[in-house]
Design a protein around this ligand. Sequence first.
Ligand code: GNR
Ligand code: NI
Length: 167
Amino acid sequence: MALLPILRFPDPRLKKVAAAVNKIDDGIRRLAADMAETMYEAPGIGLAATQVDVHRRVVVIDVSEEKNALQVFINPEIVEEAGLAIGEEGCLSVPGIYDKVERSEQVTVRYLDLDGKAQTLKADGLLAVCIQHEIDHLNGKVFVDHLSTLKQGRIRNKLAKQARVTA
Ligand code: GNR
Ligand code: NI
């Protein structure tokens, strides 16, 4: 197990589109385990491989209070969505920034589990938000892309200033 460094907005590598996983081998199992460790340590409720500069379609999520319900999604795809919900989001790649984003309220996601078995999951609440947030990462999008260009500029300035004081 290993902690992986998390890319920070506006790193251009966060814009890469991740490639599908065609074989779940030891490399993918290791990646998922390292991503889980990195997510729990951060701490966060989800992490996409893109954020650790691996451009493959792998996501880990744990929205449980006890942090004992890890879910691994390989090649996740939203096959159905319903309703709209606006909620405050944050991102480990955009530290200290929180803003409202509109998402589907309920999503049905198809994916492979770590055994390569096809699964279908209907999600709502925080899990639905997190799945949409993580699939965005796999497609090269971060939540700030949903905000106005004015807000995006302010976020860039704030993070650049932060980077200067922590350097
Ligand atoms: O830890 C996280 N919390 C969170 C809160 C509201 C909406 C989405 C998220 S995901 C985020 C972790 C992260 O950056 N995943 O990509
Ligand atoms: Ni994120």
